[in-house]
Design a protein around this ligand. Structure first.
Ligand SMILES: C[S@@+](CC[C@H](N)C(=O)[O-])C[C@H]1O[C@@H](n2cnc3c(N)ncnc32)[C@H](O)[C@@H]1O
Length: 260
């Protein structure tokens, strides 16, 4: 069991090195995960672990993987993408002005915003759209901007999108430039940074799962404020908002809420 001061020390180290504020994470899970991660790295003390995190890129990568920090894939939960395509986007189109604006918060390596862009490209009538895709992790954002992925990322992707939007690159696949120019990737902390625009659709999936209740409230309030009236919030398939009306939202479909 890590002591309070060990935890405080690790929180500071991780905030500086990884950019994640562990004080927003549930303490029991945090204890379990940190002990496991330290053991795997071969560290006996938090100071030893901090040094490894600084010096060994593999330890840093293991930390991110163990916190499921960047786990993502194209069309994650494909049945929800079907709901997006057939039920939510047609409604969203009705409230949008000339350009449809979407925010993908906690976009990781970019597979989520790229998948949404593919769906929008296939919709008729076509609409102009712009996606703001944000994350706190610089490495994930770098990968997202490059937009090259190996086969494993596409396991859930319906085949129709493959030929049109992916270009083979030495055994991997690159996202076609026409899609890339619709997305702006930017570093942004959902819990600390302000949002200056409003959107018809905010997507935040599998990001708040490890947050403390207070942090979840901060995140949901921010996302609700960022929505235009009638706009939609899409959350992850293991998440729910217990009292949506307290955020000015109403439940519409599993994992979709609408700004009242
Ligand atoms: C498991 S991934 C989810 C990716 C994608 N949304 C999906 O569902 O496939 C969670 C992402 O949330 C990001 N994240 C965690 N805390 C964040 C915060 N406070 N602000 C912005 N992004 C955050 C992580 O860096 C990570 O890339």
């Amino acid at each position: 069991m890590l002591s309070k001061s060990d935890l405080l020390y690790l929180r500071e180290v991780v905030l500086k090195k990884v950019g994640i504020d562990l004080s927003f994470y549930k303490e029991t899970q945090l204890q379990r995960r940190l002990q496991f991660i330290m053991l795997r790295a071969g560290a006996n003390t938090v100071e030893e672990y901090a040094q490894l995190l600084e010096e060994n890129p593999k330890v840093l990568e293991d930390f991110k993987n163990r916190f499921a920090i960047n786990v993502s894939e194209f069309f994650r939960n494909p049945e929800r993408f079907e709901d997006l395509r057939t039920k939510i986007l047609p409604e969203v189109m009705n409230i949008a002005g000339s350009v449809l604006r979407i925010w993908s918060a906690g976009c990781s390596v970019g597979s989520e915003p790229y998948s949404i862009a593919m769906v929008l490209e296939e919709m008729t009538p076509k609409r102009l759209y712009q996606i703001w895709a944000t994350d706190i992790d610089d490495d994930a954002l770098e990968k997202a901007k490059i937009g090259i992925y190996d086969e494993a990322y596409f396991n859930s992707m319906p085949p129709i999108y493959r030929e049109k939007y992916l270009e083979p690159r030495n055994g991997s696949y690159g996202i076609t430039p026409r899609l890339k120019k619709r997305i702006t990737f930017e570093k942004h902390d959902l819990l600390r940074d302000e949002v200056r625009e409003t959107f018809e659709l905010v997507v935040c999936r599998n990001v708040v799962i490890y947050f403390e209740e207070e942090a979840k409230k901060i995140a949901f309030s921010k996302m609700s404020r960022a929505l235009k009236t009638g706009g939609y919030l899409w959350i992850g398939s293991t998440e729910r908002i217990p009292d949506p009306s307290s955020f000015g939202l109403r439940y519409v479909l599993p994992f979709f809420y609408q700004k009242a």
